[in-house]
Each structure stands twice: as structure tokens, then as C-alpha cells.
Write a protein that binds this ligand. Structure first.
Ligand SMILES: [Zn+2]
Length: 242
């Protein structure tokens, strides 16, 4: 059940929500309403409607889900709302020290800054390096300081691990990582770990992902009679069946 604040709101009204009016934990339905208002979320209805269409990704693979967090986070009011939600989430797991909030370049820079604002702690941008590395440069953490690492979306652990490696490599002092990594969306592939570098992944939204390369193996969704459609070109058809 969706609390009264969100029920009946138009897409335009959702896009305009003021973070000051949103100081409570949002339920899954409300978070999904925000993502959907930004055209940032679609997922196949599964057994409820197996013949509903599914999406073809830019890679040509077929999938039961499409998530585009930057569509939400590029809106400063919604980015602040998501940062607040991650703040509530981490508070429910952890009450220890936090001296810095850090997120990957470029996906999690905005939300990590907004979270640092809420916690009134330090922030410094990671920078993309060669070969998918994340670099920490031009700032120094003091010995023993505590780092909260947040991310927008996790599918594989590669970027998240690269952030940890970059912080350790770029700092002369030994630092501590908060033992939780808050995520907006947890969409793990089959090899994604539960912990990264001893920090447990925690999230606002979780989706089980089905991704298959139809050139290599049979797509179960196609087999069940669901048409495969290019996501962006057929967005309205896809979201109509959610
Ligand atoms: Zn398919």
C-alpha cells in the first residue's frame, strides 16, 4: 500500500517533490514511483504476465529488467531524496563514526556528496583512471579515519572494488571502511558477492536479473511467448505491462 503522500500524484508532480517534504523512509512502491517517473525503471512482470514484452539491451542481450539510475540522480531534488533514503538505511545498520563519504566516478559522485552534506562530513571525488580503475588524488585521509562508501547500482563488484583499491592506493595513511555499503539498487549478476572488502552490501531496491545472449542460448522469455523489444524505442509498451 502506497502512503497518502504519493498516491494520485502525476508524473510531473513526482518529479517536483521537495526533499524537505520527504523526511521519512519511503516504501518500495514509492521508490519505484520515483524511478518510473524518471523513465529509469522497467521490469518484466514475470509469472503474472509471461507474455508481456521484454527488453533488448544495447549489447543485443535480452533481459527482464532495465534500470537507469542517472535519470533519477541528475535531478537534484530526487538525488537529495535518494541520499536521505541511504542515510536512513545506514542508520538502521550502523551508528559508528563516519569521517568521509565516497562514491565511484561518475555514477555515485552526486549522491555521495549529498550524503556527505546530510552527515556533515568530508567528501572528495574519486576519478576514473585507466583500465576501469578509480583514483584517489589531491586529498589525504588521516590515519584511522572512517570512510562510508556508497554506490547507486551494483551488478558486478568490479567498480565498487576499484573504489576501495583506489582509496587504499592513494592514501598514505591506513583508513577504516564502514562495514556496510549502501546501494540504491542491488541487481547482482550470478557472481556478485555479498560483501566487498569486508563491507556488507545493503540496498533500497533489489531485483533478480535475467540476462541472456540469444545468439548463444535460448531466451526463456522468448520461449514463453514474450516479444523482445528495444528498450528505449519501445519504452511505453514495456512500462505498460509492469
Ligand atoms: Zn528474449
Amino acid at each position: 500500500m502506497v502512503p497518502a503522500m504519493f498516491s494520485g500524484l502525476t508524473k510531473e508532480a513526482i518529479l517536483q517533490i521537495d526533499p524537505r517534504d520527504c523526511k521519512r523512509t519511503l516504501v518500495k512502491e514509492e521508490l519505484e514511483m520515483i524511478f518510473r517517473a524518471c523513465d529509469a525503471l522497467w521490469h518484466h512482470p514475470g509469472t503474472k504476465n509471461p507474455k508481456a514484452p521484454h527488453s533488448i539491451l544495447t549489447s543485443g542481450k535480452h533481459s527482464n529488467i532495465y534500470i537507469d539510475c542517472p535519470q533519477v540522480l541528475q535531478r537534484s531534488n530526487l538525488c537529495q531524496i535518494m541520499a536521505m533514503q541511504l542515510h536512513y538505511l545506514i542508520q538502521s545498520f550502523y551508528s559508528g563514526p563516519i569521517d568521509w563519504v565516497i562514491g565511484s566516478d561518475s555514477s555515485a559522485l552526486g549522491i555521495s556528496k549529498d550524503m556527505a552534506n546530510l552527515l556533515n562530513v568530508r567528501w572528495h571525488p574519486m576519478q576514473k583512471g585507466p583500465n576501469k580503475t578509480q583514483l584517489w588524488e589531491k586529498a589525504t585521509m588521516a590515519c584511522g579515519e572512517w570512510v562510508l562508501h556508497v554506490e547507486e547500482l551494483l551488478t558486478t563488484s568490479l567498480t565498487t572494488q576499484a573504489v576501495r583499491d583506489g582509496i587504499k592506493k592513494g592514501n598514505p595513511n591506513q583508513v577504516n571502511f564502514v562495514p556496510f555499503i549502501p546501494l540504491l539498487v542491488h541487481r547482482p549478476d550470478k557472481n556478485a558477492p555479498e560483501k566487498i572488502d569486508n563491507s556488507k552490501l545493503i540496498w533500497l531496491l533489489h531485483y533478480d536479473t535475467y540476462v541472456v545472449d540469444p545468439e548463444k542460448e535460448e531466451c526463456e522469455l522468448c520461449k514463453n511467448g514474450s516479444p523482445a523489444l528495444l528498450a528505449k524505442e519501445n519504452w511505453n509498451k514495456l512500462v505498460a505491462t509492469m
